[in-house]
Structures are given as C-alpha cells and as structure tokens.
Write a protein that binds this ligand. Structure first.
Ligand code: HEM
Length: 349
C-alpha cells in the first residue's frame, strides 16, 4: 500500500518546478515510443523527455516506487544506482551495456576492474524491468531505466530533480576491455581526469559538478589506501593533501595490511544526504579519494574555483549537477533502429 512519503515522492518527481529543471534538449519531439515515422510524433532522431508519455506513462511511477522500497531497506542503494548510469555512459555510450552478464560472445563489463566487487544494484534494476515488462511489454529500454533511476536516486537523497531525455535503446553487447580503459580510476591526477571526461565530450565544469555525486555512498579501502601509507609507491609517505586528523581516522578504518574491503563514506559529514558538504570537505583536505582531492589540490585554478563556488552555493551545485547529468546521459545513445529494447536487462533478446 502506498505510504504518505511514497505519494509525496512520486508527486515530487512528476511536478518538477521549472527552476530545478535542467535545460531540456531544444531538439526534442513529442514521442510516442512506437513505430511512427518522422512525419508522426517521434522521429527517433533525438532523445525526448516525453518519449514514454503515451507508450508507458506509468514508467516513472513504477521506477520511483521500486527504488523507494529498495532504499528503505538499504539506504546506500541510492548511491549505488546513481553510479550505474555513470559507469554505463562512459563505456560505448548510455546503452545499458553495464547490465549485461557474460555471454558466449562477450565478457561482462561487471568484471572490469572499476566494477568488480564494487558495483551494486543489479537486482533492483531487474525488479524494475520486470514490473515495466508487466505494465508495458518491450517498451522501456534498460538504458532509459538507468537514466531515470539516477534522477530518482538524486531526488530521494535530497538532491536536484531534472527532466530526463528518453528514447535510448540497448546495446547487444558489452565491452569489458573498453570499461577498463574509459572508466576513470581513483588514482588519476587532475590533468588526467580532465582528459578522461573530455574523451566523453564533458568539460571541466561537468567534471567538478558530476564528482559531487560522491556526496552520497561509500568507498572500499582499496580505492584510497595508497594515500594513507605510501602515496608515491615506496616512499612510505601519505598523500600530503590529506588533512592530518582525517588521515588518522582513515588509518583506523584501513590498516596497512588487510581490510581492503572495509568501507567508509565518501562524504562522512552527511553520507546519505545529497548536499554540497562534499565540496566543503575537499576545501579542508578531507576528500576521500585522491581524485576528489585533486579537484582542489591538483593545481588547476579553474577546478579549484569551481569546488569553492559549489561549497559556497548549494543551489549553484544542484543546478549544474542536473545539467551535467543530462549531458552525460546523452553520450552516444543508440537511436532509431539501432540496438534493441531488451526484455531482460542482463541479456540481449
Ligand atoms: C571523476 C571521476 C570519478 C572517479 C575516479 C570515481 C571513482 C569512484 C570510486 C573509486 C568509488 C568507490 C568504489 C569502491 O571502492 O567500491 C566511487 C563511488 C561512487 N561513485 Fe564515483 N568516481 C568518479 C565519478 C563519479 C560520477 C561522475 C558519479 C555519478 C554521477 C559517481 C558516483 C559514485 C557514487 C554514487 C559512488 C558510491 C557508490 C556506492 O556507495 O555504492 N562517481 N567512485
């Protein structure tokens, strides 16, 4: 039965106040989600927030209600699901390749180094897809589910809302090697982070704003341990950009040997709330990952200034996060007759 909170959340997602909505794609058409040619409602040539308005109007409510239950059972799930969209889009575009299990012809991206023993939330996506297949068979793509889930995860955690351009189709294959090559590891310098995002058509503003997703969720010791004990290989020195008291706290969570899978929040001040404390912590040398701290301490004035601006003005961060999520969600989508709408997100049809 629907709870009061549940109804409030659903209403919040559907009544998006204009000031919180990122700029919609100027080229969108009113989509019907099924076979009308370019003379009809949808020419399939671009993404549109209205893509499922007629073919599956209940899609967003189904997603929101499954997500809300999942987060009630496991508060970290919002963070894990938000991350899935990023790890999908950075590998051959936002095509749900991240959701495919191993097959006879390809190895799953789930086995790539940044993903293995780290990505979570696949069963929540399975549940959403099953509910959507019941309500509107073979209509809502797994790639669009990831985009809608990411937005719902932000809203449910107290973060911004935005209109999600829709109409992506799903890939028929995954690429583990590409995932290893294009998902940025947490040891990159500012310079390499900028280059990694640039490869995807994302700029420095997108890099700093999207990194703000680390306002929720956790990381394993293995993702940042070198900072505590030996930042530069054998010199036995911690990362000097790490504030001392925070360094000692982290050492108590992550011993020098063992404990690699112990976890700690990316934003210890408010780990379950989507807010701008992530940037405030970075200003004080308390970014958890080397890459988080590089945004401020990596000798890039432009990045450091953005960190300061978002630390000072949460509204500015929310607005840019929403815009950058829309932009990331447009990386190389499969459109028209390319790809397919998978029936099960874990395997091609
Ligand atoms: C800028 C480059 C980025 C790097 C190097 C990076 C790296 C990482 C690492 C290493 C973890 C912890 C994984 C683990 O220890 O298991 C993590 C967690 C996370 N990342 Fe990123 N990330 C980046 C950008 C992003 C972006 C753009 C988003 C989303 C828009 C994002 C969302 C998240 C979330 C929400 C978590 C927590 C997940 C959970 O608790 O399950 N990250 N990231």
């Amino acid at each position: 039965m629907a709870t009061k909170m549940h109804l409030v959340f659903l209403a919040f997602l559907s009544l998006i106040p204009p000031f919180m909505v990122a700029q919609a794609d100027p080229g969108y058409s009113y989509g019907y989600g099924f076979g009308w040619g370019s003379g009809g409602g949808n020419d399939y040539s671009s993404l549109s927030p209205y893509f499922y308005d007629f073919s599956c109007p209940q899609a967003n409510n189904i997603i929101a209600s499954v997500l809300e239950n999942a987060v009630a059972q496991d508060p970290r799930m919002a963070a894990s699901l938000l991350r899935l969209h990023f790890h999908d889009c950075f590998v051959q575009g936002c095509d749900a390749s991240i959701l495919l299990d191993d097959s006879a012809t390809f190895v799953s991206e789930k086995k790539a180094k940044p993903n293995l023993n780290s990505l979570r939330g696949f069963t929540v996506i399975d549940e959403i897809k099953a509910r959507l297949e019941e309500a509107c068979p073979e209509t809502v793509s797994c790639a669009d589910i990831l985009a809608l889930v990411a937005r719902a995860a932000s809203v449910l955690s107290g973060g911004p809302n935005w209109e999600v351009p829709l109409g992506r189709r799903d890939s028929k294959a995954a690429n583990m090697l590409l995932a290893n090559a294009t998902i940025p590891p947490p040891i990159l310098t500012a310079q390499k982070l900028i280059a990694s995002f640039q490869q995807q058509g994302l700029d420095e503003v997108d890099l700093v704003a999207l990194s703000g997703a680390h306002t929720i969720g956790v990381a394993r010791c293995t993702s940042f341990k070198q900072r505590l004990y030996s930042q530069n290989g054998n010199n036995q020195q911690p990362d000097l950009s790490l504030e001392k008291a925070y360094l000692n706290e982290l050492k108590s969570v992550c011993p020098s040997s063992g404990g690699d899978n112990n976890i700690t929040p990316l934003d210890y001040a408010s780990p379950k709330t989507f807010d701008n404390t992530y940037y405030k912590l970075i200003l004080g040398g308390r970014g958890l990952l080397f890459t988080d701290q590089q945004l401020y301490s990596g000798n890039y004035a432009n990045l450091a200034q953005l960190v300061k601006s978002y630390a000072e003005d949460e509204g500015l961060f929310f607005d840019q996060f929403a815009k950058s999520m829309v932009k990331m969600g447009k990386i190389s989508p499969l459109l028209g007759s390319n790809g397919e709408v998978r029936k099960y997100c874990r395997r091609p049809n």
